[in-house]
Write a protein that binds this ligand. Structure first.
Ligand SMILES: Cc1cc2nc3c(=O)[nH]c(=O)nc-3n(C[C@H](O)[C@H](O)[C@H](O)COP(=O)(O)OP(=O)(O)OC[C@H]3O[C@@H](n4cnc5c(N)ncnc54)[C@H](O)[C@@H]3O)c2cc1C
Length: 383
């Protein structure tokens, strides 16, 4: 018996596991088990955590893994020993023949007085639900401070602006500093139309139950601070003993193999893969899902000495939700705006509600078909 172990059940992990099951089928192999190890028995649609209704954002893994014959172990992974081919978890040690590391990332919460005690985030389903329960107890006149005017912070601020006074704080001189010259004016227009106040060139230096103190000295009366600044790959990558990039990611080759290690693949936010000759993967579900599919396919191919497939993705888009105003859709690494407002919002809705979901028919054939190592075409204005 041989074991393919997939760590994580997010956008990379789920698709790695299904792709591994598919490749075993395709090669007509027997005696290879695929097992997912992740903290909770769910596939979370993490990208929707800023939305107000999360009822359809948590998919039981049994619905999507059982039909494909993939096992799940609910456990926290604490370390990987690539020399011994073992993984340490909260329920014991597991041996692997091939490993796919897909443990994702987490928002980095800095050591700001009061932030851990009183702050909120939309990083995980549980975090987003805790925030929503807190918001449900607030009056509409309350102020919410959102920290970090990157993609997650902008989406969160725009969504909350319909319900509360929202103050968006960022250390950079302007909002959406990564979004480029073409999209930034659109974002600024949408924030203004949504009534979001901005404080640029400022950080939050202290938080308590009722206030957020900014580095400018301003004290904002707010019982809610939502931290959306800075992502970091899972700390478990450190146990691999290979160099990490500034985001904590391991380098992988075109086959998603962790450089310098035998039998270890990585996908999603824990891995930096080359998307084309100039660009590395971005921490995103856009890249995480195909990385997962190729990692799962290649892990089994490598195990069974079958040909592997290289991954390169020739397109890059960003579709940013701007709340009631709509959305902005950009193409290319320079993020050129191609659609705004309601048109872009329709695309965003299709992505968030259909495109990134696994089939939920309970059919093995549907799940394995969706796990093919093909690149989805870029979303269109129609979705
Ligand atoms: C609010 C928000 C909005 C976003 N919007 C977009 C967007 O519009 N477009 C886009 O492309 N990306 C977006 N992202 C980023 C996207 O969600 C991530 O890049 C994506 O989830 C990465 O997929 P992943 O599988 O690598 O990690 P994740 O989806 O985070 O999955 C990690 C998995 O590993 C498990 N895990 C983690 N640590 C352990 C451990 N120690 N032991 C066991 N299990 C563990 C988790 O439970 C989970 O199952 C957004 C993120 C957020 C928070």
């Amino acid at each position: 018996m041989a074991d393919v172990l997939v760590l994580g059940s997010g956008f990379a992990g789920l698709w790695a596991a299904l792709a591994a099951a598919r490749r075993i089928d395709e090669l007509g192999a027997s005696g290879v088990d695929v097992t997912v190890v992740s903290s909770q028995p769910y596939h979370d649609i993490r990208v929707r955590n800023y939305e107000p209704d999360l009822t359809d954002c948590r998919i039981p893994l049994s619905d999507v893994l059982d039909p494909a014959g993939v096992a799940h172990v609910a456990a926290d992974v604490t370390a990987i020993d690539p020399a011994a081919h073992t993984v340490t978890t909260s329920v014991g040690e597991r041996r692997y023949d091939r490993l796919v590391v897909a443990l994702g990332s987490a928002v980095a919460i800095p050591d700001i007085p009061g932030l851990r005690e009183f702050g909120f985030d939309v990083d995980t389903y549980d975090g987003a639900m805790t925030l929503q329960a807190h918001l449900d107890g607030l009056s509409a006149r309350s102020t919410v401070v959102v920290v970090g005017a990157g993609l997650t912070g902008i989406e969160t601020a725009c969504e909350l602006a319909g319900r509360f006074r929202v103050v968006l704080v960022d250390r950079n001189p302007r909002v959406g500093s990564d979004m480029g010259e073409s999209a930034r004016p659109v974002i600024e227009r949408a924030l203004a139309a949504n009534g979001v106040e901005t404080r640029c060139g400022a950080g939050v230096v202290a938080v308590d139950r009722d206030t957020a103190t900014l580095s400018t000295g301003e004290v904002v009366t707010a019982s809610t601070v939502v931290w959306c600044a800075g992502m970091r790959a899972s700390g478990v990558t450190a146990s691999l003993g290979v160099p990490l990039d500034p985001l904590g990611r391991v380098a992988v080759d075109d086959y998603l193999r962790v450089s310098g290690l035998d039998g270890v693949f990585a996908a999603g936010d824990v891995a930096a893969a080359r998307m084309d000759d100039e660009h590395l993967s971005v921490m995103s579900c856009q890249h995480g899902r195909p990385m997962g599919r190729y990692a799962g396919y290649n892990a089994v191919s490598d195990l069974l000495t079958a040909p592997m497939l290289p991954l390169r993705i020739p397109w890059y888009v960003t579709v940013l939700d701007l709340g009631p105003w709509g959305a902005v859709y950009t193409e290319g690494w320079g993020r050129t705006v191609v659609a705004t407002g309601a048109d872009a919002k329709a695309t965003k809705n299709t992505i968030n509600r259909e495109r990134i979901y696994p089939p939920r028919t309970g059919s093995r054939a549907d799940l394995l078909a969706a796990a093919a190592p093909d690149l989805q075409s870029r979303p269109t204005a129609e979705g």
